[in-house]
Design a protein around this ligand. Structure first.
Ligand SMILES: [Zn+2]
Length: 82
């Protein structure tokens, strides 16, 4: 586990890390809710898009996450090192 560093912009150590798992969860849940609603209300075939959305977010998470946010100045970085 890498220790989170202080923010280079404001020197704050109030860093929040979005891990890959958190990224996948955060990015997948809203579209999945929409798909489930459409599937239930309109057309069940939309369920077939669910694996594609999860897979897309796993690929994106591997490229983008972990993302580090500074709570003080909202500086963000896609690297584990600021
Ligand atoms: Zn900062």
């Amino acid at each position: 586990m890498a220790e989170t560093n202080a923010c280079p912009t404001c020197k704050s150590n109030k860093i929040w890390e979005m891990t890959q798992k958190r990224y996948i969860f955060t990015m997948s849940v809203p579209p999945l809710i929409v798909i489930i609603l459409i599937a239930v209300l309109v057309e069940p075939v939309f369920i077939a898009f669910m694996p594609a959305i999860i897979l897309t977010n796993i690929i994106l998470a591997k490229r983008k996450a972990p993302i580090l946010f500074c709570k003080e100045c909202r500086h963000q970085s896609t690297s584990t090192i600021f």
